[in-house]
Design a protein around this ligand. Structure first.
Ligand SMILES: Nc1ncnc2c1ncn2[C@@H]1O[C@H](COP(=O)(O)OP(=O)(O)OP(=O)(O)O)[C@@H](O)[C@H]1O
Ligand SMILES: C[C@H](N)[C@H](N)CCCCCC(=O)O
Ligand SMILES: [Mg+2]
Length: 295
C-alpha cells in the first residue's frame, strides 16, 4: 500500500514571515518518453524561481546512468538537469533517489541488476526529498515538481509482488498533473488518451505545455495545438501554459521560462498543498528485502 498524501484544499497563500511556507507540488507527465518532460520541468522550475518561489525538481525513478571511464556509473541526465535548474533541491541523491544503469523500461532496468521496484522504496526516496524541501525555514512559497518516467502508465512490475505502475504512483501522491505534449504527428490521440487516464485515476489535469523536441516543427503545428487546446479545455478544463520553442542550448530552460503562463502555474500550485501525512521519516535507501533473487 502506498502512502496516500492527498493535497489538502487549503488556500495556500504564502504564510506570515515567521511561519515556514507550506510545500506545494505538481506531477509532470508526458505523451511519451522523450517528449520533453525534463526540459519542461526545468523550464517550470526557472519560471517559479523568477516568480519568487523556492522550487525543486524530483525524478523518483531514473533508468539510464552513464558509465564512467573508471567503472561505475554517473548521474542520470534528467536528475542532473533538474538539480541544475531547481534552486531549492540541488543534491542529486535527493533529486534522483532510485536509478538503474540501463536506459529502458524501469522495471526491466531494475531486474537487470537483481532488484525490484517497490512502492516502499520509491516512496521513501520521495519522502527524503519532501523532507529536505519542507525543512527549509524560508517564508517564500515552496514547490516540488515530480517528473514521471516515460508516459503516464508505465509498469513498475510484471508480476503481483506488487502489481503497480507509474499512474499508481501519481495517484498515491495525489498531486495535480501537468501534461507535456511533444509536438509530433500522433500527439493528439496520445494527449487525449493521457488526459483520460489521468482523470480515470482520480487526478486533475492542471494544465498542459506544448513542446518542440524536434528541430523541424510538425506540419500544421498551429492547427494541432489549437485542436488540443479546444479538446483539453472542453473535456478536462485544462489550459495550455505555453508553447516551448526548440532550443538545444544549455540555457534553454532559463530562456523558455518566459513562455510559461506563470500565473496559471502558480494558481495550480497554490491549490496543491502537499501535506506531510505519511511521508516516511527514516526509510532505507534500498529495500533489500524486496530485491529479486539473482537469476
Ligand atoms: N524544446 C526543446 N528544444 C530542444 N531540445 C529539446 C526540447 N525538448 C526536449 N528536447 C530534447 O529532447 C530530448 C528528450 O527530452 P527530455 O529528456 O526532456 O524528454 P523526457 O520526456 O523527459 O524523456 P524521459 O521519458 O526519458 O524522461 C532531450 O535530448 C532534450 O534535450
Ligand atoms: C530510458 C528512457 N529515457 C526513459 N527514462 C524510460 C522510458 C520507459 C518507457 C516504457 C514504455 O512505456 O515502454
Ligand atoms: Mg525526462
Amino acid at each position: 500500500m502506498l502512502n496516500p498524501r492527498s493535497p489538502s484544499p487549503a488556500t495556500a497563500a504564502p504564510g506570515p514571515a515567521s511561519a515556514p511556507a507550506p510545500l506545494h507540488g505538481l506531477f509532470i507527465t508526458g505523451t511519451d518518453t522523450g517528449v520533453g518532460k525534463s526540459h519542461v520541468t526545468a523550464t517550470l522550475l526557472r519560471a517559479l524561481a523568477a516568480a519568487g518561489w523556492q522550487a525543486g525538481g524530483l525524478k523518483p525513478l531514473a533508468a539510464g546512468l552513464p558509465p564512467l571511464p573508471g567503472g561505475g556509473h554517473g548521474i542520470n541526465e534528467d536528475v542532473a538537469l533538474l538539480a541544475a535548474h531547481g534552486q531549492a533541491l540541488r543534491d542529486p541523491a535527493l533529486v534522483g533517489p532510485c536509478g538503474w544503469p540501463e536506459p529502458c523500461a524501469p522495471h526491466v532496468a531494475a531486474r537487470l541488476v537483481g532488484e525490484r521496484i517497490t512502492p516502499q522504496r520509491v516512496m521513501a526516496g520521495i519522502g527524503r526529498a519532501w523532507q529536505a524541501m519542507a525543512a527549509g525555514g524560508s517564508a517564500a512559497p515552496r514547490a516540488l515538481l515530480v517528473e514521471g518516467v516515460g508516459g503516464f502508465v508505465v509498469p513498475l512490475s510484471d508480476d503481483d509482488a506488487p502489481a503497480w505502475d507509474t499512474a499508481d504512483l501519481a495517484a498515491a501522491l495525489g498531486l495535480p498533473v501537468v501534461l507535456v505534449v511533444g509536438l509530433r504527428l500522433g500527439c493528439l490521440s496520445h494527449a487525449l488518451l493521457t488526459a483520460e487516464a489521468i482523470t480515470a485515476r482520480g487526478l486533475r489535469l492542471a494544465g498542459w505545455v506544448a513542446n518542440r523536441p524536434l528541430a523541424e516543427p510538425m506540419a500544421h503545428e498551429a492547427a494541432n495545438v489549437a485542436t488540443l487546446g479546444h479538446w483539453l479545455q472542453r473535456r478536462f478544463g485544462a489550459a495550455c501554459w505555453g508553447l516551448l520553442p526548440h532550443d538545444a542550448t544549455p540555457e534553454a530552460p532559463v530562456r523558455a521560462a518566459a513562455a510559461i503562463d506563470a500565473a496559471a502555474l502558480q494558481a495550480a500550485l497554490r491549490g496543491a498543498v502537499w501535506s506531510g501525512d505519511g511521508v516516511p521519516v527514516a526509510a532505507p535507501a534500498v529495500d533489500a528485502a524486496a530485491a529479486a533473487p539473482a537469476a
